[in-house]
Design a protein around this ligand. Structure first.
Ligand code: ZN
Length: 278
């Protein structure tokens, strides 16, 4: 495809969530390889284009990848805090760009975890007004430091937030992978507002048509981003000095860390130091 500047020995590079795609369908030719009609080759435990070879992921001190699917990491971004940008960062950047978050736009981020905290930083850098909708007010101070303008608790006892915010947002990004009442949140959108789902709850979620019809609202989904857009995201983060908040981990400690991942008890992404593999 050749839209990447060729990489050379010694360059700082990264590999994201996919390492190949069919390279000939509409989405691939349009730089949207994540939506490849045949499915992109996912980096961890995916299947190569030969239909049988398993990909081995990145928890290793070496990886072989086609240069067209390798990203350039700008010099001012630290490698450890940049790794999550290739997944969480692009997952938030892509919908924020596609639905035009920017000055004068009110953006709501549901959930302040690995995804949500990147959404706050990027939306803030885009000059949108950013609100976090979180289970409790526990992370309020941290969110404000990341650039959040407002913070609301969404526990069922807190009807006040939902009343106050009715018809407020232009764009809501739902980062949760647990089921929530989508209708409740759709009602927070203004005329022509969009709620984008980027998390993947296990069960299907009921949707009332009225929540959409009443204000010509849209419900949409989005997954990571293409190679070109991922590079643009890295360059954007470089320009605005944005990186992920992480806890760096020796690989020997993964079994202790995993239960904390399950409990969402991490500020805000674990990153494995591959030096600890040596
Ligand atoms: Zn394709």
């Amino acid at each position: 495809m050749g839209y990447q500047v060729p990489h050379k020995v010694g360059d700082r590079v990264g590999v994201g969530c996919f390492v190949d795609s069919c390279r000939k369908c509409g989405p691939c030719l349009g730089g949207l390889e994540q939506y490849c009609v045949e499915g992109p080759t996912l980096t961890y435990n995916g299947v190569e284009r030969d239909g049988q070879t398993r990909t081995q992921g990145g928890y290793s001190n070496k990886i072989v990848a086609d240069e067209n699917y390798v990203l350039r990491i700008p010099d001012n971004l630290p490698m450890d805090r940049t790794a999550p940008l290739l997944c969480a960062g692009i997952t938030m950047y892509s919908p924020l760009m596609h639905w035009k978050a920017g000055p004068g736009k009110k953006v709501g981020i549901i959930g302040l975890g690995g995804l949500g905290h990147m959404g706050v930083k990027i939306a803030h850098a885009l000059d949108a007004e950013v609100s976090v909708l979180s289970h409790s007010l526990k992370k309020q101070d941290e969110a404000k430091k990341m650039g959040a303008d407002k913070f609301y608790a969404t526990t069922s006892s807190d009807q006040e937030s939902f009343e106050k915010l009715k018809g407020y947002f232009d764009l809501i990004i739902n980062t949760l992978s647990v089921e929530i009442d989508w209708n409740r949140y759709l009602n927070l959108l203004t005329l022509d507002g969009t709620m984008v789902v980027v998390g993947l709850p296990e069960n299907e979620t009921p949707l009332g048509a009225a929540s959409l019809i009443n204000a010509r609202r849209s419900l949409a989904g989005s997954v990571i981003g293409g190679i070109r857009e991922t590079q643009a995201m890295l360059d954007f983060c470089s320009k605005h000095n944005i990186a992920s908040d992480i806890e760096l981990l020796q690989i020997q400690k993964v079994n202790e860390a995993y239960p904390r991942v399950v409990k969402s008890d991490v500020r805000y992404r674990f990153v494995i130091d591959t030096k600890s593999l040596d």
